[in-house]
Write a protein that binds this ligand. Sequence first.
Ligand code: SF4
Length: 331
Amino acid sequence: MFPEKVYYEPDALSYDLGKMLREKFGGSPWIPIESHNKIDELRTQPNSAFRDLKRLLIVGVRKTHRYVPNTKTSDFLVPYTSSGCSASCLYCYLVCNYNKCAYLRLFVNREEMLDKLEKTARKSERELTFEIGSNSDLVLENTITHNLEWTIERFASQEKGFLTFPTKFNMVGPLLPLEHRGRVVFRMSVNPQEIIRTIELGTSPLEQRVEALNQMAEAGYRVGMLIAPILLVENWKPQYLELLDFLEAKLSDRVKRSVGIEVIFMTYSYVHRAINSEAFPKGSDLYDPERMTGRGRGKYCYRPDVRNEAEAFLRREIEKRFGAKSILYIV
Ligand code: SF4
């Protein structure tokens, strides 16, 4: 059952979304908390409880709305209607921020957040792009809150700015008929199916992700694709070749004509290792002492020589299938 329990800030119940969630999940126990940032009985759980913590839902009011400048596919990373996620990718970057409390938190003050976004877009002399999905997976969140549907239609009704978000989920049906007016860039994240099955736990299979990307392009959305994170597992070359062949065969011409591809190598950390070894003792160990090196503050990345070789290989194979202009960046 999801959610097994709901921890909530009582203030959240004075918002429409808070009331809707209370009704929707009335069958689960609701436990009042002072702040979604400091739930001591959850923070003090052992690492082995990570999977159980992912079955909880936290409902609160977002108080910090600080935009972080970005130079990749957007101008700003914007904290939006959720953080954390109920899936369990073993490398999830959110674990670096939230440690084992990377569970799904929903923020009910969406009007306040979208008002600020629209105002910032209107005031700017140039068209700004806002990344609203860097803290969670909004397509997954949308199955609970319908926030993405509400956001896309309301944002697109104004004349300035673009929204963008990545996802590893395929539940795009409710987004297809929306009046997005070309103001949304939908980005699908992909990886070889074997990596999805064993490491991106709880996310959508590759075939369904590709289908969703085709559908979104067909519905007129601007689209992008992330091949991310690149995991240099034992047989990574044949796995990524198979992925690229699959994408070449299954992506629609419409996607292939316009898609920009982001390629991101995995960063791992001491915290991931500690949590994964206790929460998923039979799971794959992503730390590879032969291929990885320290990167300060308890983080690991692939050694420069290993990474450079892999980058050259991937660049060549992607360009062969999708053209040199398809790659936006490789990091
Ligand atoms: S889907 Fe995204 S946010 Fe959710 S666990 Fe995986 S990487 Fe983290």
